[in-house]
Design a binder for this molecule. Structure first.
Ligand code: AKG
Length: 270
């Protein structure tokens, strides 16, 4: 378990830079368990989609990841490590507000341009995105790059895309399977293509405080209660072995309440 004072020392770095790397947050066996519980993609319908070149997939996503949860994947969300990290960043009452897995394949089109995931000015408590790495990701081979301190306001992304205005402020990271990268969704980030590695899978979780969720007038009221139920279930799954039929109903209810889409901020003249 990651030591609390380590996380505390990283919090000011997170506030200053907008991103932190936590090494060895999960063990190899946690990651193997997560991989063994990945859902068969043919069962995911519209929540699994891929960008393709000819017939080759290059960037695929599983949206609403835990809707398809096996006992193994649910268990990871309820892992005490997640509770410890998120409660220190977002407070004791936190809510999972998004869950998505990305599959990045070796392909010339698999670059993700500079962007902010969304721009939000509410600023009540921290909003964090945790990337849990199932595979290694190196800075010189398609790893995610960040612009230090760019999370504090809306940015003119074209400056990063077309003027190389970022080079002094670039944060690049060498990440290994089991490490996690936590970023503020407003930090400007991108990832280049992979030339050596064939596949990189990252599970992204977005967490916010309960206070933040309650403040959003256009979000359905049922969302909060359903999400709390889901998290309790995940904690139970961490302790006990739960067959899918025991949690199917709660999971489906949980994903019934949909949130309005908040658009990302990309450069429009790519
Ligand atoms: O994992 C990556 O390469 C970046 C993913 C990303 O920035 C996104 O999905 O918005």
């Amino acid at each position: 378990m990651m030591n609390e004072s380590l996380i505390q020392s990283k919090i000011s770095e997170f506030d200053r830079n907008g991103v932190i790397l936590l090494k060895e947050a999960f063990t190899q066996s946690d990651i193997e368990l997560l991989i063994s519980g990945l859902p068969p993609t043919e069962e995911l319908g519209k929540d699994f989609y891929c960008l393709k070149q000819n017939s080759d997939n290059y960037l695929c996503r599983i949206m609403h990841f835990h809707r398809y949860a096996s006992q193994e994947t649910l268990r990871l969300m309820g892992h005490p490590q997640i509770n410890s990290i998120v409660s220190q960043l977002c407070g004791e009452s936190f809510i999972l507000t998004a869950d998505m897995m990305i599959f990045k394949h070796q392909n010339c089109n698999a670059r993700i341009p500079w962007h902010q995931d969304f721009v939000d000015n509410l600023n009540i408590d921290r909003i964090i995105t945790i990337g849990i790495y199932l595979d290694d990701s190196y800075s010189n081979d398609g790893g995610v790059r960040f612009i230090r301190g760019s999370h504090k306001e809306r940015q003119n992304i074209c400056k990063f895309e077309h003027k190389n205005g970022h080079l002094n402020d670039l944060i690049t990271l060498n990440v290994e399977a089991g490490d996690i990268v936590i970023h503020d969704p407003m930090i400007v980030h991108s990832s280049e293509i992979m030339l050596d590695q064939k596949l990189r899978r990252t599970l992204y979780y977005e967490f916010r405080s309960e206070r933040d969720v309650k403040f959003r007038a256009s979000w359905p009221e049922s969302f909060l209660e359903n999400r709390k139920k889901l998290y309790k279930l995940a904690q139970k799954a961490y302790i006990e072995k739960l067959p899918r039929q025991d949690f199917n109903k709660t999971i489906l209810q949980c994903y019934e309440s949909k949130l309005p889409i908040i658009p990302p901020n990309y450069c429009s003249c790519l």
